[in-house]
Design a protein around this ligand. Structure first.
Ligand code: SAM
Ligand code: SF4
Length: 430
């Protein structure tokens, strides 16, 4: 057993009394899992892109109009399958991710959204991920006309040489122009994604990128270090070109540069990786406590269960055409797992109220996690003010280390297997 996997097993035992996490195949009656929900979030996955980036772990394939058409019909069928279980519970967040959602802007996205709005009680704005190459003025107007209030743009880098390394099909000037058009379009918030710790990237280059994005008027910066997923083309490319992978210490140094640039401009940390202009609602992702996931590879996180749709687009369509939900794997969540999951995602958002924990689990937060929180406070990683708990900047870095330890391996195993096998019998995360 590697040191990393030993640490993971030990932490899993400590946090939720299980040494490993086992997801299993099988039919699932979903309705009972909605019964005790007051409201929920909605996630829709669009698994198509105009081109495939070598580092990208997400579930996607090249866009084909004919497949997008069948996918549109399949997503509508999936919505219909959930209509009775969801009933008139309010949907309080709606996130459309991918892949590249804007690849379906003129190929089914509108009809899917109309169907979602007809079928569910939507009480929230739409958050949409987009690719810079899709953001002509005309397309931005079409996005606004769909009712999108929060737009995220996958900028990734603002220097041509880094865009080339990542295989992104645009120049820094084109990326800047796309941001300028989007910022002037009246969205409630515009988020830009930036990948850092790129091969050969200097601290000065990163600071300049942050300053430029802020000067362009973006409301939020989401910055991720370049993660390596073993099932992507990146390890091969990296070996071929002899790329150096940034260590945790180097990432810490670069993250500090981002923190400095953002704090200096009055942006507040709103998640481990995101900084939002003060007073602007944050561009939310799927860190909402309870959500239903639609689309190929869409995952659902309800109170007592986590489940995942098949990643395979053809199989996803086939299942729905046959009148079946396309659920491939599921994991019943013990109470300890529910609590640990809740705490992880609230920490990820960098702040939470103990009262929210108590409302959700009917147990005092301190009785369950007080013993863990006290040393974290003493180390300056977390601050407590009455009911409010806040992650400090050093705390955010250490959460990133934990994320590195768990999520990257878990995601690699779960997504890597799901990409290879449409209907895996079992996936064990250890
Ligand atoms: C689904 S993509 C965004 C939308 C669109 N597909 C695009 O690429 O412009 C989500 C984001 O994940 C981040 N991402 C993708 N692969 C990554 C990796 N290997 N390491 C770190 N961040 C990554 C990028 O910042 C990307 O914008
Ligand atoms: S990074 Fe975006 S555009 Fe590139 S393959 Fe991934 S989802 Fe598609």
């Amino acid at each position: 057993m590697s040191a990393q996997s030993w640490l993971r097993t030990t932490m899993s035992r400590l946090l939720f009394d299980e040494p490993q996490v086992r997801l299993r195949a099988g039919d699932l009656p979903v309705a009972p899992h909605f019964a005790d929900l007051e409201s929920l979030g909605l996630y829709l996955h669009i698994p198509f892109c105009a081109q495939i980036c070598p580092y990208c772990p997400y579930n996607k394939e090249l866009f084909r109009a004919r497949v997008a058409e069948r996918y549109t019909a399949a997503v509508k069928r999936e919505v219909d399958q959930y209509a009775a279980a969801v009933g008139d519970r309010p949907i309080t967040s709606f996130y459309i991710g991918g892949g590249t959602p804007t690849s379906m802007l003129h190929a089914g996205l509108g009809p899917i959204l109309e169907h979602v709005y007809r079928s569910f009680k939507m009480q929230c704005p739409i958050h949409l991920e987009s690719h810079p190459n899709d953001l002509s003025a005309e397309n931005l107007r079409a996005i606004r006309a769909l009712g999108v209030e929060h737009l995220s743009i996958g900028i990734e880098a603002l220097q041509d040489r880094h865009l080339r390394t990542l295989g992104r099909p645009y120049t820094a000037a084109m990326a800047r122009a796309a941001i300028e058009r989007a910022v002037g379009m009246g969205f409630t918030s515009v988020n830009t994604d930036l990948i850092f710790a790129l091969p050969g990237q200097s601290a000065d280059e990163l600071a300049e990128e942050c300053r430029k994005l802020i000067a362009l008027g973006v409301d939020q910066l989401a910055t991720y270090p370049l993660f390596t997923f073993p099932y992507t083309k990146w390890p091969e490319l990296s070996a071929k070109h002899g790329y150096h992978q940034a260590s945790l210490i180097e990432r810490r140094r670069l993250l500090r540069i981002i923190e400095e640039a953002c704090h200096a401009a009055g942006y507040e940390r709103t998640s481990v990786w995101a900084f939002t202009r003060a007073g602007v609602p944050k561009y939310c992702s799927v860190t909402v406590p309870v959500y239903l996931g639609l689309g190929a590879s869409g995952s659902s996180y309800l109170h007592d269960i986590f489940y995942l749709n098949t990643f395979n687009v053809a199989e996803y369509i086939r299942a729905l055409e046959a009148g079946r939900l396309p659920i491939a794997l599921s994991l019943p969540l013990t109470r300890r797992m529910q609590m640990a999951g809740w705490l992880y995602w609230r920490m990820y958002e960098t702040r939470f109220s103990k009262a929210d924990f108590e409302q959700r689990f009917h147990e005092a937060f301190d009785a369950v996690y007080g013993a863990y929180l006290r040393p974290l406070c003493a180390l300056g990683l977390v601050q407590e003010e009455g009911q409010a708990v806040r992650l400090t900047d050093p705390g955010a870095y250490w959460l990133h280390v934990v994320q590195d330890l768990f999520s990257i391996d878990y995601v690699s195993t779960l997504w890597g297997t799901s990409k290879k096998q449409p209907w895996p019998r079992e996936v064990v995360l250890r």
